[in-house]
Design a protein around this ligand. Structure first.
Ligand code: SF4
Ligand code: SF4
Length: 422
């Protein structure tokens, strides 16, 4: 079943008077609800989410829908659910069916789930980087070389490695043994992937001084990689889940000349395209795709003033970027995820935080990702940065904007600081 089939089935149930919730409250489910509204003229009964901060609230971009707790939604013994989450769907389905005893038939896209001590990333989410495959960005993670010219071989290795890691026939790297993510996890028994992430370096027109993507020798870098061929190889092996996300984070992806066929593939298959863009150019093809198929644009603002933006990005492009972002969000199936990476001494002034919050408010953002510069742990020593991190989460909360954490990218110390900011 593809995304559009799930949405059409969901719409049919709602029209028959069923209560049906989309879970969790996230960028993906906002898009799912928008697609239902536009294509089938019906809205879900609400969002369902375990996060108490979200419960009882409404999102800025879809004020018609309330966010419910699972306990409240389950007060109706016939309530049904559609689960859409690249990183947490097995966890949500497992919690509903195995921990709470909800009949799997009440979850429209339910699949058998098993619980075992493993990292859920092994089972569900893999990325292709410069010369390795991996499933997270932590140092010492499991990774293995890929052959850039042979997606079939690469996908074959992913299959073997991850099953070996889950089943214990391959030794776990030391980092995984001690990692906070290696714990009792719910995973799909089928072990189908929920997401595939293109994250090799690529080329970028910005000049952030902590990044090497702008160097001229990167310009022909994209030639070395295939894009949708990897997805085709995964599909041939039946490794793709029915709701699937493609993360595209290669330098500046909207300048990658191979992007058109990737967009087309995502559109045809109904995959979520999750793209990291600096929004310095307006990509008409991306805008067009977002009229038919779901697109998430993750944009690192990291500034609230044109001056700070120019200092960090190495180009004077604040106004042009904002104009492009304002245009992008006119597409019906495009949501924006603003990010703010704190860099001590550079963008941790009140003026920047407040300017950024104003931008998020104007853009009707629902979810913002505040992070520290994970390439540098100076934030751990900077009280000012930590104070401003908290100030940002407070200002966003006042505007009804939720903060989401970078749960796939960052270390346990980041997560501790993140939690402490509430
Ligand atoms: S380092 Fe942690 S998050 Fe990464 S693969 Fe290993 S257990 Fe999973
Ligand atoms: S916008 Fe992103 S990819 Fe481009 S130079 Fe900056 S950090 Fe690198």
């Amino acid at each position: 079943m593809m995304l559009k089939d799930c949405l059409s089935m969901t719409a049919g149930k709602l029209k028959d008077g069923k209560r049906l919730y989309v879970c969790p409250a996230s960028l993906e489910t906002v898009l799912a609800a928008r697609m239902m509204k536009n294509e089938y003229h019906v809205l879900p009964s609400g969002f369902c989410d375990n996060d108490p901060r979200k419960q009882g609230r409404h999102l800025n971009s879809l004020p018609e829908l309330e966010v419910f707790s699972f306990d409240r939604a389950l007060e109706d013994p016939e309530a049904e659910f559609l689960v859409v989450s690249a990183f947490h769907s097995a966890e949500i389905i497992g919690d509903l069916t195995m921990a709470r005893g909800v009949a799997p038939e009440r979850i429209l896209n339910s699949h058998p789930i098993e619980k075992r001590k493993t990292c859920a990333r092994f089972a569900q989410n893999w990325a292709i980087g410069d010369d390795i495959y991996s499933c997270c960005c932590m140092e010492g993670r499991p990774s293995f070389p890929h052959d850039a010219l042979d997606p079939e071989k690469g996908v074959d290795s992913i299959e073997r490695v991850r099953n070996g890691l889950i089943d214990g026939t391959l030794p776990l790297p030391e980092q995984c043994m001690a990692c906070y993510q290696n714990r009792d996890s719910y995973i799909y028994t089928s072990r189908k992937l929920n997401s595939f992430n293109f994250s090799f370096l690529g080329w970028c027109n910005y000049k952030c001084d902590y990044c090497c993507a702008h160097q001229p020798d990167r310009k022909n870098y994209n030639d070395k990689f295939y894009l949708e061929e990897y997805l085709t190889a995964l599909e041939k092996r039946d490794m793709v889940n029915d709701i699937f996300s493609v993360l595209f984070a290669t330098g500046e992806p909207t300048l990658n000349e191979k992007r058109f066929s990737l967009y087309q593939h995502c559109g045809e298959k109904g995959y979520y395209l999750d793209i990291f863009s600096n929004c310095s150019v307006f990509d008409q093809a991306l805008f067009d795709l977002a009229h038919e198929s779901p697109v998430i644009v993750r944009k690192s603002f990291d500034a609230g003033t044109p001056e700070t933006y120019a200092r960090i990005k190495g180009v004077n492009c604040w106004e042009k970027m904002l104009k492009n972002v304002r245009h992008y969000i006119e597409a019906p199936y495009l949501v924006l995820n603003p990010k703010y990476i704190f860099m001590p001494g550079i963008n941790d002034r009140k003026e920047d935080v407040e300017g950024f919050v104003q931008v998020c408010k104007e853009l009707k953002a629902d979810f913002v990702m505040p992070v520290f510069n994970y390439l540098d742990n100076a934030y751990e020593k900077s009280e000012q940065t930590q104070r401003m991190f908290k100030y940002l989460t407070d200002c966003l909360a006042e505007e009804g904007i939720f903060t989401v954490n970078g749960d796939t990218l960052y270390s346990e110390s980041y997560h501790k600081l993140y939690q402490a900011s509430f």
